[in-house]
Design a protein around this ligand. Structure first.
Ligand code: F6P
Length: 373
């Protein structure tokens, strides 16, 4: 079917799903995509809980009232899941024992066609978009929308959700400042981001941190302690320091800190903040405290920037569908929204990292912020 025929055949049926961890701005994308589609006379369907909904046919038609009043809401009205990959669906045997995963992608393609859908907008991070690419190669017409608080997706200068997470983290650092200073302590704040240090770097700089530890710069704790001691000089009775550490940071020659998970599950980051705090305390004799900001970074209403970017992405994704420009991802290349091939964005399995020569890094170093290197 040509793109023109696709546009003129009535009614065009558009499915939308959100996959992976939620992030502020998802509802802005859903609303913008749905409203743009309604304006073209299309029918819109919301898939529940990411790819799980396509496997189990949990899909509901979205009418205009379903997307009313959601622009400013965090979370996702569709639900999401970061557990179900149709190409590797977990199976449990007798007694709940895990068995080798099975490929159920053919069921997803069959369900998609049986429900009469013409196109899918998949909103997600690198995991969701990689699955979307594989499904596109199996015949599902897909347009991707990049989301993640981590800002680690290639080919887009930024993802929605990141600005909100950085604002939340900066706000937390602001609130920690007075109590840390009052007690002359060292406060270590662990922030999310997986293997990318964007949240820690940006909020650390914006919040006036003294030390920022990110995955891109393996650190030496002795140098971190030197920085803390240097801040003590000339201050009788102790002086405070704020250390921001990304969950994926690691010391030189050390390992990333992962939480114990069930066998076969994707390991989750966590624990580096407490370790850094304890080590600083042991090596400097300073009183230390640590805080894991955790999922607060994914919560709350999206900032103006994220609402606007989400809205622009959602509307641009529908324009891509209308043009029949599938196997693409919408992306921000300031000042415009562009389309990039999905396989260029996520096909190589690479994620974006903080460029060490970025102006934010240079400015931070110029201000005397220590990266422990
Ligand atoms: O990718 C977003 C993110 O919030 C990461 O920063 C974090 O490591 C992970 O998701 C946490 O995932 P979950 O919600 O499964 O705990």
């Amino acid at each position: 079917m040509t793109p023109k025929a696709r546009r003129t055949r009535k009614p065009f049926r558009l499915a939308i799903l959100t996959g992976g961890g939620d992030c502020p701005g998802l509802n802005a994308v859903i609303r913008a995509a749905a409203r743009s589609a309604f304006a073209l006379g299309w029918e819109v369907f919301g898939v529940e809980d990411g790819f799980e909904g396509l496997l189990t046919r949990r899909v509901n038609q979205l009418h205009p009232r379903a997307v009313r009043g959601i622009l400013h809401l965090g979370g996702t009205i569709l639900g999401t899941s970061n557990r179900v990959n149709p190409f590797r669906v977990d199976r449990r045997g007798a007694g709940g024992a895990k068995q080798a995963p099975t490929d159920r992608s053919a069921d997803v393609v069959r369900n998609f066609k049986a429900m009469g859908f013409d196109a899918l907008i998949a909103i997600g991070g690198d995991g969701t978009l990689s699955i979307a690419l594989q499904l596109a190669l199996k015949g599902i017409p897909v347009v991707g929308v990049p989301k993640t608080i981590d800002n680690d997706i290639e080919q887009t200068s930024v993802t929605f959700g990141f600005d909100t997470a950085v604002s939340t983290a900066t706000d937390a650092i602001d609130k920690l400042h007075p109590t840390t200073e009052a007690h002359g302590r060292v406060m270590v704040v662990e922030l999310m981001g997986r293997n990318a240090g964007f949240i820690a770097l940006n909020s650390g700089v914006a919040g006036g941190a003294d030390v920022i530890l990110i995955p891109e710069v393996p650190f030496d704790l002795d140098l971190v302690c030197d920085k803390i001691r240097e801040r003590e000089k000339g201050h009788r009775g102790g002086y405070f320091s704020i250390v921001v550490v990304a969950e994926g940071a690691r010391s030189k020659g050390g390992q990333v800190h992962l939480r114990a998970t069930d066998k076969g599950e994707t390991p989750r980051f966590g624990g580096i903040g407490q370790w850094v705090a304890e080590e600083i305390g042991r090596r400097t004799g300073k009183e230390t405290r640590s805080l894991v900001l955790g999922h607060l970074q994914r919560g709350g209403p999206p900032t103006t920037f994220d609402r606007l970017l989400g809205t622009r992405f959602g509307a641009a994704a529908v324009r891509a569908v209308a043009d029949g420009d599938f196997e693409t991802m919408v992306a921000l290349k300031p000042p415009t929204i562009v389309r990039v091939p999905l396989k260029v964005a996520v096909g190589g399995g690479r994620t974006k990292r903080v460029p060490l020569d970025s102006d934010v890094m240079q400015s931070a170093r110029g201000l005397g912020i220590s990266f422990g290197d």
